[in-house]
Design a protein around this ligand. Structure first.
Ligand code: HEM
Length: 472
């Protein structure tokens, strides 16, 4: 088991914070020296992760690492740096050159490859997300609104008055009742369990993912291969990458589609919702309960399944053909577990998911309230290309990786409507029937409204950046 240096690793990589509010600050470096000082203060070790009640603490809020908690802190603050940000902070070219190409290119340049086209294309993104002015993202998770506001004021007081960075925008998200995401599904079940990391919140019976899939400096799943650590080691080791996404969700369109598909097929609306996701809206996987929502299955058992019998789950129902959980459903595409798929196996592209929904719960009685709803999503892995981009480009937006999917796309995430493909199709295989049920007319229910690729530096790396010499 690798010996992970918890105190050096940003907390959001290894830990589910389970905090109800999140604010993401999008910042641009204006005074590199001051900005480096700002970063240095986040790791100077003075504050204790709790927010003083008067809100006027002199100590800087501290970076949340994965160090074990005795008492859960009131907030957790994490930092992501874009490639342009690393350059603006003064990282030498020799070091910048050691970062992977997809990170250097950035989310806007890679957009078309992963399906961010049409309404999701960078020209339509909010604020400055498509610009090279975006340098730093701060992720502030908090236990309550007042804590979020107090810590926000303290953080802003550290970069605004001295002109270190300008705030391009800030984005708020908050958990919905019962831990649901918009579209009404309960979220928070499946996450990779990392070898040497913390125990899983929801056990899944799958093999542990090697630490080197999520952190630089450790062995990956490929024998004899570790992802090259960005240089110098003090900068790269214990770091990771995150694809940050602002994903707007068309709740009304989704509900209308369910109604129309139920009419078209005679199937129950909730069963259709379950087939699209792979889980009933209460989170019970179709693999465990194929024909009813299975309320009796306890929460902690709702992630213990596989799609085919495997070494880890020998008694799993053999659903190779997708009679219980369609091969094209969202969760089976995003993690086919032990199903046979192209792309080097179902378990080879795991990703850590963090984030929270934004916007109020959708109210079917008031479907056209004009309020944007969605997800502030953080998708973490050591290789943006082999994990996040692979999932989007190969498994969400293509059908060629598994038998029988034809050219269908992920029903929740897929970039289904564009001029070439005005309405997507979803296939529901049925035992004893030669042809699957075809749902047609899927539109793009999720639109990207902003994205950024960020490096998640270790505490050591932040100190290293803070100590970089000024460039003359
Ligand atoms: C607004 C957009 C999205 C919605 C509404 C959504 C919804 C869901 C839901 C309801 C689940 C099941 C809950 C769970 O297993 O914990 C899930 C699981 C998952 N999603 Fe998404 N998702 C979205 C975007 C994405 C994106 C962009 C990715 C990655 C590129 C992704 C990857 C995954 C993965 C890996 C799982 C876990 C699958 C498993 O291990 O069984 N999702 N998502």
């Amino acid at each position: 088991m690798p010996d992970l240096q918890y105190a050096d690793i940003q907390g959001l990589i290894l830990r589910t914070y389970a905090m109800p509010v999140l604010r993401v600050f999008a910042l641009s470096v204006t005074q590199p020296g001051m900005a480096r000082q700002f970063l240095g203060r986040l790791v100077n070790g003075v504050e204790d992760g709790n927010c003083d009640p008067d809100g006027h603490g002199d100590d800087a809020p501290q970076l949340a690492t994965a160090t074990d908690w005795t008492i859960k802190p009131q907030y957790c603050l994490n930092v992501g740096l874009t490639y342009a940000g690393l350059a603006a902070l003064g990282l030498p070219a020799s070091s910048l050159a050691t970062f992977p190409e997809e990170f250097a290119s950035g989310a806007a340049t890679r957009a078309e490859w992963i399906g961010d086209t049409g309404e999701s294309s960078p020209e339509k993104w909010k604020d400055h997300f498509a610009s090279s002015d975006l340098h730093v993202l701060l992720f502030l998770f908090a236990q309550a609104d007042d804590i979020l506001e107090r810590v926000s004021s303290r953080v802003r007081a550290m970069y605004i008055p001295n002109g270190a960075m300008s705030e391009l925008s800030a984005h708020d998200a908050r958990s919905l009742p019962e831990n649901k995401a918009h579209f009404g599904y309960r979220d928070g079940f499946a996450q990779p369990t990392i070898d040497g990391g913390l125990p899983p919140v929801m056990p899944d019976m799958l093999p542990k993912a090697p630490a080197g899939e999520f952190l630089f400096g450790y062995a990956s799943q490929y024998s004899g291969f570790s992802y090259p650590v960005p240089a110098p080691v003090a900068l790269g080791r214990n770091g990771s990458f995150v694809a940050f996404r602002i994903l707007a969700q068309d709740c009304h369109g989704f509900e209308q589609f369910l109604t129309q598909a139920a009419r078209q097929t005679g199937l129950d609306r909730e069963l259709i919702a379950a087939k699209l996701c792979g889980r009933w809206r209460n989170g019970v996987p179709l693999s465990l309960s194929p024909s009813s929502p299975g309320e009796e299955i306890p929460l902690e058992k709702r992630n213990s399944f596989d799609y085919v019998p495997s070494t880890s789950v020998p008694d799993a129902f053999d659903d190779a053909r997708g009679y219980r959980c369609p091969l094209g459903s969202h969760i089976r595409r995003m993690n086919p577990r032990n199903s046979i798929v192209a792309g080097n196996g179902g378990l080879k592209h795991r990703i850590i998911r963090r984030g929270l929904p934004y916007g109020p719960p959708y109210d079917p009685a008031n479907p056209h309230d004009g309020i944007e709803r969605g997800l502030l999503g953080l998708f973490i892995g050591i290789s943006l290309k082999d994990q996040f981009e692979f999932l989007m480009a190969d498994w969400a937006n293509k059908g060629s990786f598994a038998p029988g999917l034809r050219n269908t796309k992920d029903p929740i995430l897929g970039n289904n409507s564009n001029n070439l493909d005005p309405g997507g199709t979803f296939l529901i295989p049925v035992e004893g029937q030669k042809r699957p049920i075809e749902l047609t007319g899927l539109s793009r229910f999720v639109t990207c409204r902003g994205a950024a690729y960020c490096f998640l530096p270790s505490a050591t790396a932040i100190r290293y950046i803070a100590d970089l010499p000024s460039q003359s």
